[in-house]
Design a binder for this molecule. Sequence first.
Ligand code: GDP
Ligand code: IMO
Ligand code: MG
Length: 433
Amino acid sequence: MPSTAIIGLQWGDEGKGKVIDCLAAEADLVVRYAGGNNAGHTVVVDGEKYVLHLIPGGILHDHALNLIGRGVVVNLEHLAQEVDGLLSRGVPVLDRLRLDSRCHLIFPFHLHLDRLAETWKGEGRIGTTGRGIGPAYADRVARTGIRLGDVLNEKHFETRLQAALAEKNAMISKVYGQEPESHDRLFEESRALARRFQPLVVDGGEWVREQYGQGKKVLFEGAQGSMLDLDAGTYPFVTSSWTGTWGIAGGTGMPPKHLDRALGVAKAYCTRVGEGPMLTELLDATGERLRKQGNEYGATTGRPRRCGWFDAVAARYAVELNGLDGLVLSNLDVLSGFEEIRVAVAYRWEDRETRSFPVEVGSDPAWEPVWKTFPGWQEDITGARSFSELPSTTQDYLRFLEAELHVPIQRVSVGPSRDQMFVGENGQQDLWA
Ligand code: GDP
Ligand code: IMO
Ligand code: MG
């Protein structure tokens, strides 16, 4: 099986960074296909913590190459900071990284407009990361975006930037009453940054197809989560990209038929950052305890994450949508010490009950979870290295989730480090087989 995708199953921050780093140990190529530096993927190696925002999670391995695919929106200034941060820690990033020339760029006016739009929306705000993601994707669709390859062509860039700035500055000054942005500084800074990265720029699609054709192992790195997907998620409280397996072909240039396996990462409970529905959210001491035990603060913005019990309705929906072959269940250790554990198995609204994820969940908050309750476990399981070492109540919880979601749990994660992960009861040893 030479290609595998790792997808977030919930509202992001499921532990994709850790899982990708672990699987990258055997991959030749790790490819990001969506999102931008709204993502924050944490990898812990020998006790050292790295938070990757744009750079794919194979970067800490010396054998793997990493591609930022064409579906990723790239803030060059941020990329430079992230690259420099890794270089200063001794990671030879420039030898291991490639950038697709078709990537759309995020400029300062995108950040500005993201924040202005959020303020404008007031109570109706999405709670974005403020990184300019939505405005940059909007420009891509409106055909007013500027791609990395465009910046490398001086004349072409000049024309595109003039046109973009004229429109954006009119919006910034005339709609929002703010100071317009300077063309010359932006032009010079973008050119300098693009030239710095020019040696890494490739036709990403051609490159991935070629590598795959040679039998290389390709790992597709999902960002955000299925419930934050532009179309499948809790619209309008979503991000602006296709986060699931359906985004891979569009975001890389790899034909869909060459995706051989897809695994979803889910926490053993739920978290969400930003606004929007989350039916299992706990606004009480139990939610606070989950946040504390799971250290649930955003890797990108530091915002406290909203916490709640596992939502099997949303997870089933995401398993089906993505066509998943298996699951990686993370943060299981965080559930230790609870008297009881709950899972939402259906939603109820007056006399209606559903096991399917309702379209109106974004607009109608009247749905309530139907709970199934399990006894908790008191043991610390961070030292467990196999399914059989888990307490029997923990094993029952995993068996229930497998049956409820109709997929095998391929891996169980009981802590942030590489070694704190083992094969699930019905998982297979070699995920590349
Ligand atoms: P991502 O965006 O999906 O890559 O996830 P984040 O890095 O934003 O958030 C996941 C957090 O959980 C990070 O702090 C990880 O170091 C941590 N983490 C990952 N797996 C586990 C686990 O199994 N147990 C615990 N306690 N923490 C984990
Ligand atoms: P990773 O890859 C969690 C959320 C934001 C906000 C919404 C829209 O680390 O899992 P945006 O800035 O994308 O326009 O914000 O999406 N969001 C994430 N939440 N993890 C992420 O990425 C996220 N990326 C975006 O909080 O609610
Ligand atoms: Mg994250």
